[in-house]
Design a protein around this ligand. Structure first.
Ligand code: ADP
Ligand code: ADP
Length: 239
């Protein structure tokens, strides 16, 4: 069984416009897939349907066999533990330190700011430091996030998404706010750390060349429809 199955997915935010229409694809565990398409194509909406940040209007999303559209509150929490998110604007808490932001990805709403680190087990802290070290930002662990560069902040965002040991990580335009050098660092890290940890990855991108360089498979969206689904070689041949 595929890790993710998207079957006849449709999404409208209002009654008039279909932002996604009859979207179909399966993603196998371990794949690194880029979603490409122009601004407004529906890429973010697709990711939001997969982790149910928005309601699903038509069709089904099956994650690890569970029907995402009909999950109850408790199952939804479990789904979000299994699906990490990385955002364009990092979505960090600026006044918290790097290590606090990473651990926040795990127990965000259960904690208060007082004695924050004391609430985590040695094991949890060990994993957080392991991720920071893998991402090359261990030395910044006790700095406030607002003191870091954009590229460093996005590495914190990746660590936060991976702290909960998800099966899938969804990255919504993770390099859209970064310069080419920082973008390369982020894509290199994303690729190597998910591959090493065996985590499936879907990345929204608007640069075709970046998608071609990093992913085994590319799904092209345009006006809410899948217009391409294949290997990066096929994309090159078709052009
Ligand atoms: P992309 O990520 O490819 O740029 P989006 O999924 O963000 O595309 O947007 C697809 C379309 O859906 C756009 O026309 C956008 O204006 C619309 N849209 C996105 N979010 C909302 C929302 N919360 N309410 C209404 N329309 C939205
Ligand atoms: P914010 O406005 O800072 O995003 P939220 O309450 O929406 O505040 O999010 C709290 C934390 O959960 C943030 O670290 C955010 O990045 C993360 N988060 C938000 N939405 C999701 C989601 N659908 N799945 C996983 N993590 C999420």
């Amino acid at each position: 069984m595929s890790l993710l199955q998207v079957v006849g997915l449709g999404k409208s935010y209002d009654t008039e416009t279909k932002v996604l229409e009859n979207v179909n694809f399966d993603i196998e565990a371990g794949e690194f897939v880029s979603i490409i398409g122009p601004s407004g194509a529906g890429k973010s909406t697709l990711l939001r349907c997969i982790n149910r940040m928005v309601t699903i209007s038509e069709g089904n999303v099956l994650f690890d066999g569970a029907n995402v559209g009909t999950l109850g509150k408790k199952q939804l929490r479990r789904l979000r533990t299994n699906i990490g998110m990385v955002f364009q604007h990092y979505n960090l808490v600026p006044r918290l330190t790097v290590i606090e932001n990473v651990l926040h990805g795990r127990f965000g709403y259960k904690t208060t700011l007082q004695g924050f680190l004391g609430r985590f087990t040695e094991q949890e802290k060990k994993r957080a430091f392991y991720l920071l070290q893998k991402l090359g930002i261990e030395e910044h662990a006790y700095k406030r996030c607002d003191q870091l560069s954009g590229g460093q902040q996005q590495r914190v965002g990746i660590a936060r998404a991976l702290i909960q040991d998800p099966k899938l990580v969804l990255c919504d335009e993770p390099i859209a706010s970064l310069d080419p050098n920082a973008s390369k660092v982020i894509m290199d890290h994303l690729k190597s750390i998910t591959s090493e940890l065996g985590i499936t990855c879907m990345v929204n991108l608007h640069q075709v060349e970046v998608a071609q360089q990093y992913s085994d498979r590319i799904i092209g969206l345009n006006q809410g429809k899948v217009v391409f689904d294949g290997s990066n070689h096929q994309l090159t041949d078709d052009r």
